[in-house]
Design a protein around this ligand. Sequence first.
Ligand code: PXL
Length: 276
Amino acid sequence: MAEPHFPLHTPGAAAGQPLVLSFSGSDPSGGAGLEADLKTFQHHGVFGMAVPTLLTVQNTTGVRRVKTLEPDFFEEQVEFLLEDMFPSVIKIGAIGDKRMLQALIRILSQKRMDGVKVVVDTVLNSTSGASLFDMRGLADFIDRLLPRAFIITPNVLEFDLISGKPTTEANAAAHLLAFGRDKPYAILLKGGHFPGDPTDFLYNRQTVRNFPSQRIDTPHTHGTGCALASAVAANLALGMEVTDAVIKARAYVREAIRTNPGLGSGRGPLNFNAVV
Ligand code: PXL
């Protein structure tokens, strides 16, 4: 029998790996949410942990139903986990509702969380179907969760909701500078909803850098935002500073879209094993 290309069991492979924790919703199709986060962490060589905020009835054709989990149970899971294993970076995805948001804010307000970098993927509405966040929690999301973030990754629709103003490719940089001025966090504005070839914008400490790219013509972009935010989280945990973390994460996601496996009959998942 031929030798495998790599050892099937690599004792101690996880030793020394940074720990990254995801709080997000579960997608049974494995393309978005918690499942996408863990695959992305694994690919980046960081050790992924996860506590779900909500469950979905979902396949590649859409999200049919959402069930936000019990915040008490969520908090108990987190507390018990943190007694034992502590992350250097936390990635937050879909939150569900205001009660779950409040549980998250309580957790992130703990003194021991001070040194933990928080990546918030501002999942306010899924591209397809049911709501992943009850908008009655929007004010608390903006005023109480976002200030705790190290970086947030809104798409254009989400940034419009957060900033209260419509953003176009032409006004994005000025708009980010004005909005970001007194904010403690960096903002990666994802330009996928802009017409034509999209540009992403990274606001960080009074500067804006733009990243133009060519649109890839494919329907298979399920979970793109989850993978991008998780790749940024993993790169931060590996010690990169924010601009490098974003540049590397964008390259990973672009290649993951380009080499997508074409699964499902709707918007299929990415290739999480993409090598860049
Ligand atoms: O990509 C946004 C997203 C986040 N989290 C979960 C999702 C989705 C989109 O479908 O299902 C659980």
